[in-house]
Design a binder for this molecule. Structure first.
Ligand SMILES: Nc1nc2c(c(=O)[nH]1)N[C@H]1C(S)=C(S)[C@@H](COP(=O)(O)OP(=O)(O)OC[C@H]3O[C@@H](n4cnc5c(=O)[nH]c(N)nc54)[C@H](O)[C@@H]3O)O[C@H]1N2
Ligand SMILES: Nc1nc2c(c(=O)[nH]1)N[C@H]1C(S)=C(S)[C@@H](COP(=O)(O)OP(=O)(O)OC[C@H]3O[C@@H](n4cnc5c(=O)[nH]c(N)nc54)[C@H](O)[C@@H]3O)O[C@H]1N2
Ligand code: SF4
Ligand SMILES: [Mo]
Length: 727
């Protein structure tokens, strides 16, 4: 109906009349007073915006969240929260949240269905696929959060499904493999007490974990000299002693050359090498050609600087380190990322900084209890082959247990995988090559996505199951090691807002019963949590009041037995040799090469302090920061921009082999001339993120084609060359 003046008056009259009627029986003033005077209750929870799960206090009034603050007894928050936690409140009150289960119709649109119908149909279809095609045609993919692991993995084990994937092949698989292949795992770091610290890309000020920012603060106040190696001057580099711009994809050359200097000048920890390592001679021999002059050619870092950095690092040892990054320079960015991680592990071994103040630490987690196996038998580990190529006899025998969702998409397209469950994860948007991921996940016989928003992955699902928000549910208790051990739990802080949403544990239990494996879920969430708390002198009720609790752990001393085949640090790794990868680390160039034409650039990305991947892409409070500071721009070196006739704020067309889009540029001297940079977390394709659509933005993932790194198969998210022209 269009509104003419005449029917406006009619409608207005009606409303006033209706209101008048409605209010007659109500004492509005006393109702308002009651609301205002209601008590503010402080309840413990965990932030859900990123995987750090900082402990927080939620202030609730009239069952509505008013604000959040950091929990003091939680190792990750230590009394503080990052900006995203505050923005995360918007998630709960987002009017476009998923509120009912949805089923895809024949015409591609979605229709609401009730839970029983959705779960019955999902179970029927899944059972049919499991029986007719086998468990090796089914997968589970998630951003691995505690409840998703506890319940989701248990369901897959019960169904004999091996293919459990996380987002790691687009995050830090290479880092994980490089460190496990040398020191048996990724260590914790003691940067606050470090005397010399090199960050390769890792940007504490953008890719935030609250406790690490506190450590950085301490390092900045103390005697730590901080060197940031990054093609752009990131937020941490702006505070550091030195910013070293580097040609992207060449950190491996830098680290190899620094290692050579340390060995050649006899600056390494001989005792550590003699007693706690294997394969040093082969490693040292292999380094001989990697001189600082050789590295200068590749990295654009002067040979003199490389030599000085190596000497300074060694002089400050063992209270020094090359930081083991998170994603930064070598999480899973380039063809040489696994080798970069290995080289970084090796240079730290030369410093002998393991379990040394200001260096690396290997901590044990707090003790936890578990469900009585007599009463609650656990399913056995699956014995079926994986569907994603990450297997002993498959394409990537050296891949990690986190799996390869992008390879899964390829195999789905080939008809080799039929059904999957995705929870708390948006692989279609967060992995490179949107069309590849969308067509892959979209062509399954059955895709079930458990979400809170209509993400790109939900958009191609057969069924979308709405999870209630973090504030409306309880979860499995987490136990975390570190300098301070913590037990922590997400508790329910407000009542459920929408009756047709459910928590993931509820969904899994219902599915398990329908799939005939309910016997593995014959316990309540409370019983699981009680079992976890068993070694401690606290009841579950008491624990729910505090939410986070510190656990004293012995501080590690001396060199530990490493979790490697020899129990020692392995410069020479036989497992790599067995599968055709180099047993000793050496130079590998990035896949896209190092020669660029006049108008060619390498496109890199990184986190902004106020966004979390695409999860916060539709959050009004956080998007306002994007708008206010216009951060949705492509960084380009000002001199290169001038060559291309570009002014600050100009619109450019940016194109790669597979994709082209326009955006505005930010001119700066804070970036390497052959690199352009765009922040992460933008460029959503889902029309349901209505706030996100109000700003122009792009996703670097659109420009990167589907590709697989050779050793562990990760997605090589930065292996892309783009060209620019004024739009
Ligand atoms: N271009 C580009 N791509 C990247 C990166 C980058 O920097 N740039 N970073 C990479 C990295 S480091 C990572 S770790 C991955 C992350 O990739 P993802 O694991 O996919 O990360 P999120 O965007 O956090 O996706 C989480 C999804 O979970 C949903 N969600 C949020 N809360 C809940 C909940 O309570 N329940 C359920 N069921 N769902 C929920 C959100 O709506 C969102 O769609 O992305 C990688 N991809
Ligand atoms: N605010 C916020 N914080 C987060 C997250 C988030 O989404 N938002 N996500 C969390 C997650 S899952 C992760 S993995 C971490 C990631 O945190 P970080 O490890 O810090 O990773 P990024 O922010 O992806 O990238 C950091 C830097 O790497 C640089 N870089 C790119 N290529 C190269 C290269 O070849 N060499 C060098 N030296 N540098 C390079 C980029 O310019 C960028 O400044 O952050 C975590 N914290
Ligand atoms: S680092 Fe920030 S977003 Fe991540 S859990 Fe902590 S407060 Fe939340
Ligand atoms: Mo990540």
């Amino acid at each position: 109906m269009s509104l003419t003046r005449r029917n406006f008056l009619k409608t207005a009259g009606l409303t006033a009349g209706a209101l008048g009627l409605g209010l007659q029986g109500l004492d509005f003033t006393s109702w308002a007073q009651e609301q205002q005077q209601a008590e503010v209750v402080k309840k413990p929870s965990l932030c859900n915006v990123c995987a750090s799960h900082c402990g927080m206090w939620v202030y609730v009034k009239n069952d509505r969240i008013w604000k959040v603050t950091g929990h003091e007894e939680n190792d990750r928050s230590q009394g503080r929260l990052c900006p995203r936690a505050h923005g995360g409140i918007d998630w709960v009150y987002d009017p476009y949240r998923l509120k009912r289960p949805l089923k895809r119709r024949e015409d591609g649109d979605y229709a609401p269905v009730d839970w029983d119908q959705a779960l019955d149909e999902i179970a029927d279809k899944l059972r049919e696929i499991l029986e007719e095609e086998g468990p090796e045609k089914v997968f589970y993919a998630h951003n691995p959060r505690r409840t998703g692991v506890f319940y989701g993995n248990r369901l897959m084990h019960a169904l004999n499904v091996s293919t459990i994937c996380t987002h790691n092949a687009a995050c830090n698989t290479a880092r994980g493999r490089g460190f496990s292949a040398t020191m048996g795992g990724v260590p914790s770091t003691d940067i606050a007490n470090s005397r010399y610290l090199i960050f390769l890309g890792r940007n504490y000020g953008g890719g935030i974990r609250t406790s690490q920012l506190k450590a950085l603060q301490a390092a900045l106040r103390g005697e730590t000299r901080i060197v940031c190696v990054d093609p752009r001057q990131n937020e941490t580099a702006a505070l550091a002693d030195k910013w070293i711009p580097i040609q992207p994809g060449t950190d491996l050359a830098l680290v190899l050359a620094m290692s050579q200097v340390i060995i050649k000048e006899g600056l390494y920890d001989e005792e550590f090498i003699e007693e706690y390592s294997v394969g040093f001679t082969d490693y040292a021999e292999n380094l001989e050609d990697y001189t600082p002059e050789w590295a200068e050619e590749l990295t654009d870092v002067p040979a003199e600087t490389i030599t000085t950095m190596a000497r300074d690092l060694a002089a400050a040892a063992p209270a020094s380190m090359v930081y083991p990054t998170w994603k930064g320079a070598f999480g899973c960015n380039y063809e040489n990322s696994t080798e970069t991680a290995r080289a970084v592990a090796c240079i730290n071994a030369l410093l002998g900084n393991i379990n040394q103040q200001g260096g690396f630490f290997f901590y044990h987690g707090p003790e936890t209890g578990s469900l009585d196996p007599e009463k609650h038998p656990a399913p056995s580990t699956p014995d079926t082959p994986r569907a994603d190529g990450a297997g002993e006899k498959d394409e990537f025998p050296l891949a990690t247990g986190h799996g390869l969702p992008h390879v899964l998409a390829e195999r789905i397209r080939e008809g080799r995988v039929k059904a999957g469950i995705v929870r708390h994860h948006n692989p279609v948007r967060n992995f490179p090559d949107y069309d590849h991921m969308k067509e892959g996940f979209g062509s399954l016989d059955l895709l079930v996505v458990c979400e809170t928003q209509m993400s790109e992955t939900a958009m191609v699902a057969d069924y979308v199951l709405p999870e209630c928000s973090f504030a409306e549910r309880e979860e499995v208790i987490e136990a975390r090691g570190g300098r301070r051990g913590t037990l922590a739990m997400r508790t329910r802080v407000i009542p459920k807002m929408y009756p047709h949403t459910r928590s993931y544990d509820e969904i899994v239990v219902e599915l398990a019963e329908r799939l005939g494996v309910g016997e593995y879920f014959n316990f309540s969430l409370d019983e699981a949590n009680q079992a976890i708390l068993e070694p401690y002198d606290i009841s579950l009720e008491e624990f729910k009041e505090v939410g986070s609790m510190r656990v004293d752990l012995p501080q590690p001393e001396g060199v530990p037995e490493f979790n490697t085949p020899s129990g020692k640090f392995e410069f020479y790794y036989e497992e790599f040799e067995r599968h055709g990868a180099p047993p000793v680390v050496g130079w590998i160039p990035p896949d896209t090469g190092l020669e660029f034409g006049k108008n060619e650039f390498r496109l890199v990305h990184g986190k902004e302090a106020f966004h979390s991947h695409t999860a916060t892409a539709n959050t009004p409070q956080l998007l306002q920061i994007t708008k206010d500071y216009q951060t949705n721009r492509l960084w380009i070196n000002a001199d290169r921009a001038e060559e291309l006739g570009l002014d600050d704020g100009d619109e450019v067309r940016i194109s790669s082999e597979i994709y082209s889009d326009t955006t505005r540029v930010k001119l700066t001297q804070r970036i390497h001339p052959e690199t352009v940079y765009y922040p992460s977390g933008y460029g959503n394709k889902t029309p349901h993120y209505r706030v996100a659509h109000k700003i122009d933005s792009l996703s670097p993932n659109d420009f990167v084609k589907y590709q697989k790194e050779s050793i562990v198969g990760h997605a090589m998210v930065n292996e892309v060359i783009v060209t620019l022209e004024k739009a």
